[in-house]
Design a binder for this molecule. Structure first.
Ligand SMILES: [Zn+2]
Length: 537
């Protein structure tokens, strides 16, 4: 039997990273990530895997991010019983990240089922539960960062620092193929930028048969991201804030971004470049994850000092009651909380309590997806809804865009060039079609032949132990159209925006009569009595 690869996710989109390798004697997976983003994309999580998890012998995991690891518990729920091999730090992060992901699933399903009950629809099942997470966590084995590991099915694997987040690795594989031919592959995983805090620059071997490379920022070049430049920007934003009369609220992802910010703020305070302010970390997940960073402190660089994560003005907020207590802090504090895009979590309480205050600052340090509360604030909306309450936005809204865990276009190019020669093919994955096209253009402009490059679609299959280039064995099925549709636009977002605009318009009207007239007009459109698709000639 030949060695085959199937692109089960993160092909034509960024999330749902997962690749199935089939060979003599069995199958194994690289990553088993959750689809994240718009509702249309998230619906892919409820689909079948497209293979029987009981036929999979083992899995490899590049890093702990949920879009790479988040469907592992579902794999166990559906009968997988093999081991997941990854680095020790990734294993430690998963101990907290997977239970957190399960509670989010369970919460979402409770919400869907309340709606379904009201609409007379049958209930849906959660993608997985805490029980499935426990089974998964009991089956994770760790491998050392360097040196070859002997895995089942005669597969050999070597993990390399990818410089992306704690524990993140690129994975080099040697897979026994037909006629004694060995297939030598490198999976990039997610690649970090050159100046990433905590880790040395990414490392990996060169001279492989196949390279699979991510392309998240394949079409974007970032501004100066050196540690000093970034700290200077952060300092500027802190000094601009009126901390005598307001707080600084920082929505931050619990994993990696919180710890980077913590380190930068602690460093700026230690160097007296900003005033020493109390720093509250109000996210149970961020607190636990920071504990994992502390455990691995010896492997990290750029720390602001010994015990950097437990500086004396750093307060980890534990209970919900303690979090509520922060309502009484009206000024002079930096409050970091999750979720990073403000669509869930304790950050929403802090926004509710501080957005009205013109002396407060909300500082964004990460990407805000379309349709999230974070994006609405960045776009300058003057009114937002939080917990059903309408909040006037008077706080200063600022953004620093130089924090990133991903290599940009130039850094991806340099990483790929350092892997040459690649004997057979380079698969460009983990990017939208626009970012993949940008990356392909840039690679070919720098002398990498177009014939070497492949941009697979979701569910495509390729044979790998052929004498020449990879051979396409089958096209993806119906999911391709769904992924393409989701990439173009998501009507759910349009709908949410429309409802907000409508509410705004209605509030701005003088009286009930005028409001009723507008609603009646809309109702006529909806029932098709007016214009619509056919127009009025
Ligand atoms: Zn990642």
């Amino acid at each position: 039997m030949t060695v085959e690869i199937k692109f089960c996710g993160a092909a034509g989109l960024v999330t749902g990273s997962s690749y199935l390798v089939s060979m003599a004697g069995g199958k194994f997976l690289i990553d088993c990530g959750m689809f994240q983003g718009t509702k249309t994309v998230r619906e892919l999580n409820y689909d079948g895997f497209g293979y029987d998890p009981r036929d999979v012998t083992f899995a490899l995991l590049t890093h702990a991010h949920i879009d790479h690891s988040g469907l592992l518990p579902k794999l166990y729920r559906q009968g997988f019983r093999g081991k997941v091999y990854t680095t020790e730090a990734t294993k430690d992060l998963l101990e907290y990240m997977l239970p957190d992901s399960a509670s989010i699933q369970e919460m979402e399903v409770r919400r869907i089922n309340t709606q379904n009950r009201q609409r007379g629809l049958p209930p849906v099942e959660p993608i997985y539960t805490q029980e499935d997470v426990a089974t998964c966590l009991g089956n994770i084995a760790y491998v050392e960062m360097d040196g070859w590991a002997d895995l089942p099915l005669g597969v050999k694997a070597r993990f390399w620092n990818a410089g992306h987040i704690l524990g993140a690795a690129s994975i080099e594989l040697k897979i026994p193929g037909a006629d004694g031919r060995e297939v030598h592959i490198l999976f990039s995983g997610d690649i970090g930028p050159e100046n990433k805090m905590f880790y040395p620059a990414p490392e990996s071997p060169h001279d492989v048969d196949y390279l699979l490379v991510e392309s998240t920022y394949g079409d974007r070049q970032r501004q100066d991201t050196s540690l000093d430049a970034r700290r200077e920007r952060l300092r500027g934003e802190i000094l601009k804030s009126d901390t005598a009369r307001g707080n600084i609220i920082i929505p931050a992802f619990a994993v990696e971004r919180t710890q980077e910010l913590l380190m930068d703020l602690d460093w700026l305070m230690a160097q007296s470049k900003i005033p020493t302010l109390p720093l509250f970390i109000d996210s149970p997940l961020a607190t636990k994850v920071t504990g994992v960073f502390e455990k691995h402190e010896k492997e990290l660089q750029d720390l602001s000092g010994p015990h950097a994560f437990t500086g004396r003005n750093i307060h980890y907020v534990q209970s919900a009651a303690e979090s509520k207590g922060l309502d009484l802090v009206k000024s002079g504090a930096i409050i970091m909380s999750a979720s990073g895009m403000c669509d869930a979590g304790r950050i929403r309480y802090h926004l509710r309590n501080n957005l009205w205050n013109p002396a407060a600052t909300v500082l964004f340090v990460g990407y805000q997806a379309e349709g999230t509360l974070g994006r609405f604030l960045q776009q300058g909306q003057k009114k937002v809804r939080i917990f059903g309450e309408e909040i006037s936005v008077r706080a200063r809204i600022a953004s620093i865009e130089t924090y990133s865990a991903h290599a940009d276009q130039g850094e991806l190019l340099a990483w790929v060039k350092a892997r040459l020669p690649v004997r057979k093919n380079i698969f460009v994955i983990h990017g939208t079609d626009a970012s993949r096209q940008g990356m392909v253009k840039n690679l070919t402009a720098h002398g990498i032949p177009l014939s070497l490059l492949v941009t697979p679609s979701i569910d495509d299959r390729f044979g790998l132990d052929t004498a020449g280039a990879a051979e396409k064995l089958g096209d993806g099925g119906a999911r391709i159209t769904r992924v393409e549709m989701a990439a173009v636009s998501d009507w759910h977002n349009d709908y949410a925006r429309f409802v907000l605009d409508l509410a705004e318009r209605l509030r701005g009207m003088r009286g009930a009569e005028e409001r009723r007239a507008l609603l009646a007009d809309l109702a006529r459109h909806v029932s098709g009595a007016v214009g619509g698709m056919h127009g009025r000639g």
